[in-house]
Design a protein around this ligand. Structure first.
Ligand SMILES: NC(=O)c1ccc[n+]([C@@H]2O[C@H](COP(=O)([O-])OP(=O)(O)OC[C@H]3O[C@@H](n4cnc5c(N)ncnc54)[C@H](OP(=O)(O)O)[C@@H]3O)[C@@H](O)[C@H]2O)c1
Length: 267
């Protein structure tokens, strides 16, 4: 599929049959963006689900990510071939560098050139980055050129709104893909989101996703529960009032969930 759908299905932490079933359910419900990664260990199950779903491959937007240990010149492209073989397809729609290489021990030029080569070789339709800071986004654009990078996929939810990165994405004409848009379920416990949800006869998860959509973000919530997958998908029908958007904007507290020891110096 040419364009990334506004909502997709994430697959982090999903393994084996659970991963396969979640992707099958998502495709049946109508999701057309599936987000996986080499490190999730579920590319095979994602590939199985796509193959058996009966949904035409061309109408799916499939994303995978190259793990940082595979960013070296001799590992990068072979790792993409391995992903494609597991995914049982000859291209992905979007190929991301999952994390910038820690402390630049592999220069960004080296792995971004491999990323560009993957596209030239037809292994992917779009290329992008993930977990890139403002400085790293600028460097990436100076290496690959304006409009070459489709998205920066970063943590983003009502408690960590990543506004500076969102602004930089907008300036560079990149999409912001919000990962962990439900703050791994924490949105369900928030008082304000519960109050707003009541007003719209919705769930706090739907409100968090509708807020992200209103902010022009692309989301990839994950679920192992078909009802949750369905209601998350239905969040697209909710249009929030300005007053409620502002209340959610005010929930920002810089609460980062994903911060491994190899993470860059966050903005
Ligand atoms: N690029 C990166 O470095 C990076 C890092 C992290 C994540 N990601 C991507 O982003 C995706 C989303 O992040 P995530 O899966 O970690 O977190 P998330 O989507 O924010 O939250 C998933 C959690 O919320 C629960 N949930 C989902 N829908 C719900 C609903 N309607 N009501 C109540 N609970 C609900 C799920 O439980 P149930 O299964 O019980 O529904 C699961 O525990 C990942 O799957 C992955 O594809 C990327």
């Amino acid at each position: 599929m040419e364009k990334m759908p506004q909502i997709g299905a994430g697959t982090f932490r999903l393994e084996g049959k659970v991963a396969r079933q979640s992707v099958l359910d998502a495709l049946e419900i109508g999701y057309r963006h599936i987000d996986t990664a080499q490190i999730y260990g579920n590319e095979e199950q994602v590939g199985d689900a796509i193959q058996t779903s009966g949904v035409d491959r061309e109408s799916i937007f499939l994303t995978t990510k190259v793990w940082y240990e595979k960013l070296g010149k001799s590992d990068f492209i072979p790792s993409v071939h391995e992903s494609l073989s597991k995914l049982k397809t000859d291209y992905v729609d979007l190929l991301l560098v999952h994390w910038p290489y820690p402390s630049d021990k592999i220069p960004m030029e080296e792995y971004l050139n491999c990323l560009a080569q993957a596209k030239e070789q037809g292994l992917c339709r779009h290329i992008g980055v993930s977990n890139f800071t403002l400085t790293q986004m600028d460097r990436a654009v100076s290496i690959l050129g304006e409009n070459a990078i489709y998205t920066n996929q970063v943590e983003c939810h009502p408690f960590m709104q990543n506004r500076q990165v969102a602004k930089a994405c907008y300036q560079h004409n990149m999409k912001l893909t919000a990962y962990m848009p439900l703050a791994v379920g924490k949105v369900m416990k928030d008082k304000t989101l519960n109050q707003i949800a009541e007003k719209y006869n919705a769930t706090p998860a739907q409100i968090a996703l509708a807020w992200a959509e209103k902010n022009n973000m692309f989301t990839i919530p994950s679920s192992t529960n078909r009802k949750h997958l369905q209601s998350n998908f239905d969040s697209q029908d909710i249009k929030l009032d300005e007053e409620d958007i502002t209340r959610i904007d005010d929930l920002e507290k810089g609460e980062r969930i994903v911060d491994p020891d190899f993470a860059p110096n966050w903005d």
